[in-house]
Ligand binder design. Structure first.
Ligand code: HEM
Length: 354
């Protein structure tokens, strides 16, 4: 996947099979100059590793040889802008999300000054890239949290097919696909934060699934909770996966075919079409006490303005969404994703720190 370009890779890129999200805290005393050095260092690492070239002083150069669609995407938290004395240039939405009633946030999955999203089709390549870039940042940062995620293995589903999450649903149907939709919904174009133009924002929410309780539902109940069929993701009101839902449709006993509390009705609101880019990964952190899975979704949304796009959707879900019975947000973080690195000699967040 090309590293240079107007936008960072790892957003519009068709999702790879593996992802690791690493959030960092900046060490006390790392200011503008330190952050600039770190950005140059990480740019060099990402520029090389994503193209199958070992990082400078790579400890295991052989592990860099097959990039397997590796992308490395950088995000800056509100703390990074403060450390570099650039708080005046922070977009208004940069910072923790408003509190939601469904939240049970744990500090160990929440916040961070910096984010690196590593995605690739090979877990070995991703692991090597993570270790290399974490190690190179050690004199500036400490790791705050790490989240691993996975999707279908490369080659096991047709290109472009919607993947499934651990509840068995096709997840990612309503998403921006065309360049025009990405321009309208994902890439920042306003003048308020000029350094972010061509960039975006990432919201990372760790959402635990109570899969044992979900297992107790009938097939039909699972479909009612979502408003879509489990087999092919089509709306319960008919058509195929990409047919718009019909919220007005009522069944023989005058009941709405897609209940008001179904996830898709609440998430969609009264406007068809995508609101954000969802690029989530499943997580499986093993089996805990009494044989219960510690699993769920590393929910990832990219959008130009989280306050105007993510938050209204999450508010509606917070008010009413049957899926809340089986899902609990336990982590939350928001980062500004600067535009892409234009070419050799340029670096991450140069328009902010250069
Ligand atoms: C574990 C938690 C979640 C699960 C399992 C889940 C699953 C799904 C599924 C299966 C769909 C239908 C197919 C599709 O369009 O992708 C969907 C739609 C959607 N979800 Fe979620 N979701 C979760 C959490 C969230 C959250 C936190 C948000 C954002 C605040 C969200 C926003 C949306 C949106 C905007 C749609 C498209 C609705 C439409 O326009 O039809 N979801 N979700």
């Amino acid at each position: 996947v090309p590293f240079h370009g107007p936008h960072q890779a790892g957003v519009e890129t068709p999702p790879q099979a593996h992802a690791t999200f690493v959030a960092f805290d900046l060490d006390a005393g790392v200011g503008e100059a330190g952050l600039r050095r770190l950005m140059r260092l990480w740019t060099s690492d990402a520029e090389r590793l994503t193209q199958g070239v070992p990082a400078l002083a790579d400890t295991e150069p052989a592990l860099a040889e097959r990039p397997a669609r590796l992308t490395v995407t950088l995000g800056l938290g509100v703390g990074a802008l403060a450390a570099a004395d650039r708080s005046d240039q922070a977009p208004a939405w940069l910072g923790p999300l408003p509190a939601f009633g469904v939240d049970r946030l744990e500090p160990r999955w929440t916040g961070g000054d910096l984010l690196l999203q590593f995605c690739g089709d090979d877990a070995l390549t991703v692991s090597h890239a993570v270790r290399t870039m974490v190690r190179n940042a050690r004199s500036y940062t400490s790791v705050r949290w790490v989240q691993h995620g996975f999707r279908e293995a490369a080659g096991t589903t047709p290109p472009g097919a919607t993947g499934r999450n651990l509840m068995g649903q096709l997840d990612g149907t309503i998403n921006p696909r065309s360049a025009a939709e990405f321009d309208a919904l994902v890439w920042v174009s306003d003048d308020a934060s000029a350094w972010l133009r061509g960039g975006t924002s990432i919201v990372v929410r760790r959402i635990r699934m109570d899969l044992d309780a979900w297992d107790l539902l009938s097939f039909r109940d699972k479909e009612q909770a979502m408003g879509r069929r489990l087999t092919d993701g089509a709306p319960l009101t008919g058509g195929d996966e990409f047919t718009d839902i019909d919220p007005e449709s009522v069944g023989p006993s005058d009941l709405e075919v897609i209940p008001r509390w179904a996830h898709v009705r609440r998430a969609r609101g009264d406007r068809p079409g995508p609101h954000v880019l969802r690029r989530s990964y499943s997580y499986d952190a093993g089996i805990g006490a009494e044989g219960v899975a510690d699993a769920g979704l590393v929910f990832v949304a990219f959008q130009a303005d989280p306050a105007a796009q993510f938050v209204p959707v999450q508010r509606r879900l917070d008010e009413l969404d049957l899926l809340n019975r089986w899902t609990t947000p336990i982590g939350s973080a928001v980062f500004a994703v600067p535009p892409g690195v234009a070419g050799e000699g340029h670096w991450f967040a140069e328009a902010l720190l250069g």
